[in-house]
Design a protein around this ligand. Structure first.
Ligand SMILES: *Cc1c(COP(=O)(O)O)cnc(C)c1O
Length: 382
């Protein structure tokens, strides 16, 4: 078993060092049961009754994530969206929540449409502007401040500690979507957040072969209980095999994320002054407006995600994406393979994403191959 004295790299690589006591297996068995035996005296002494509320297949991946996030507990969900929406569904109609202007579009859409319709008072602010965040607080009414840093797909950086402090002073909780930062680079709970959220589809799993979400919490309080209630009653739970795959993916989280960060940094630095590129958006570049804060709250790299704005507008951007041979033209992020996406085609005209933007998820290939492929793709824009 690993213990608290061990480094997170060690904890992840060994999945906390758990073994199966019955078989002495190093990789734990996959529990597929949907239901559990009730004892003759009518008790559930195992603590388990039905797999919608609690599944032994989640124990190890949840414990690993709890350890990596320095939290008290973690919960897996059927998708990142199921985990994020649970944080809002655990509130009450009439509650006020503050969200960033630049954030994962799917969640923004759900908040603007479903959550507002359901009765949440959803307010957008530019989270890099602390005065704006402060001004948005309504003590007694504001219940949750949602942070995403770096924010999809412009990679705006939010000062997590400062925003969490503002939320706390106003009596609100702070939650951070840390999908892009990963537990390798940033620890939102240590920075004052109450909840950290991941689309485990992305870096935590890392192989583009499952859809899953996860939350970790600083306290097992009444809010956490309500979130657990949303999971078990609404039922957005992952399958047992997917939970097992997540653990397998998390064992290599550290080397994968470090390799992706190094590649993203190299690609960003190579293209920053490129004649066919308007702008490279990456917090690891010194001229990025959020660089100093990112350097303070991210350690070991600035993430594997960057965006490029292609000279010539939307047409040139789409044409560039059409010419890549090695980068995969696909949505999502955080896999071992590099992905490229014309983000405007997904987010649509109402979103803050500029139409000349290509979002890049750096994988773990050789950086010179990635750079050469983008070079030839951009070369066609003459
Ligand atoms: C993908 C993603 C989500 C949504 O997660 P799913 O697993 O696709 O439901 C939320 N936030 C960020 C930052 C993401 O990249």
């Amino acid at each position: 078993m690993t213990d608290k004295s061990h480094k997170p790299e060690t904890i992840a690589a060994q999945g906390l060092g758990w073994i199966d006591e019955t078989t002495r297996a190093v990789s734990l068995p996959i529990h597929m049961s949907s239901t559990f035996i009730r004892d003759p005296d009518n008790q559930y002494r195992s603590g388990r009754e039905y797999a919608r509320s609690d599944n032994p297949a989640y124990d190890q991946p949840e414990a690993v994530l709890t350890a990596l996030e320095n939290g008290k507990a973690a919960m897996l969900f059927a998708s990142g969206m199921a985990s994020a929406s649970a944080c809002f569904l655990a509130l009450k109609p009439g509650d006020h929540v503050v969200i960033p202007k630049v954030m994962y579009w799917g969640l923004r859409l759900w908040l603007m449409d479903f959550a507002r319709g359901w009765g949440l008072d959803v307010e957008e602010v530019e989270m890099s502007d602390l005065a704006a965040v402060k001004a948005a607080m309504r003590p007694g009414k504001t219940k949750l401040v949602w942070i995403e840093s770096p924010g999809n797909p412009m990679w705006n950086v939010t000062d997590i500690a400062a925003v969490a402090e503002i939320a706390k002073k106003a009596g609100a909780r702070a939650a951070a979507d840390s999908t892009v930062s990963t537990p390798v680079l940033t620890h939102p709970l240590d920075l004052g957040c109450d909840i950290v959220m991941h689309s485990a589809t992305k870096y935590l799993n890392g192989h583009s072969d499952i859809v899953m979400g996860a939350l970790a919490t600083k306290a097992e309080d009444e809010y956490w209980e309500r979130i657990a209630g949303v999971r078990s009653r609404v039922g957005g739970i992952p399958g047992s095999f997917e939970a097992w795959l997540l653990l397998r993916g998390m064992r290599t989280l550290f080397p994968r994320v470090k390799a992706a960060c190094a590649n993203a940094q190299k690609v960003a630095e190579h293209f920053v002054k490129h004649p066919r590129i308007e702008e490279v958006l990456y917090p690891g570049l010194k001229n990025h407006p959020g660089h100093a804060i990112a350097a303070k709250q991210m350690s070991g790299g600035f993430g594997g995600m960057l965006s490029i704005r292609v000279k010539g507008g939307e047409g040139a951007a789409i044409a560039t994406a059409a010419r890549v041979k090695l980068w995969k033209r696909a949505t999502s992020l955080g896999g071992t393979e590099s992905l490229i996406e014309h983000r405007g085609s997904i987010e649509g005209p109402g979103a803050p994403c500029p139409m000349d933007l290509l979002r890049l998820s750096a994988g773990i290939e050789d950086a010179s191959d990635l750079i050469a492929d983008l070079e030839q793709a951009l070369d066609g824009n003459s």
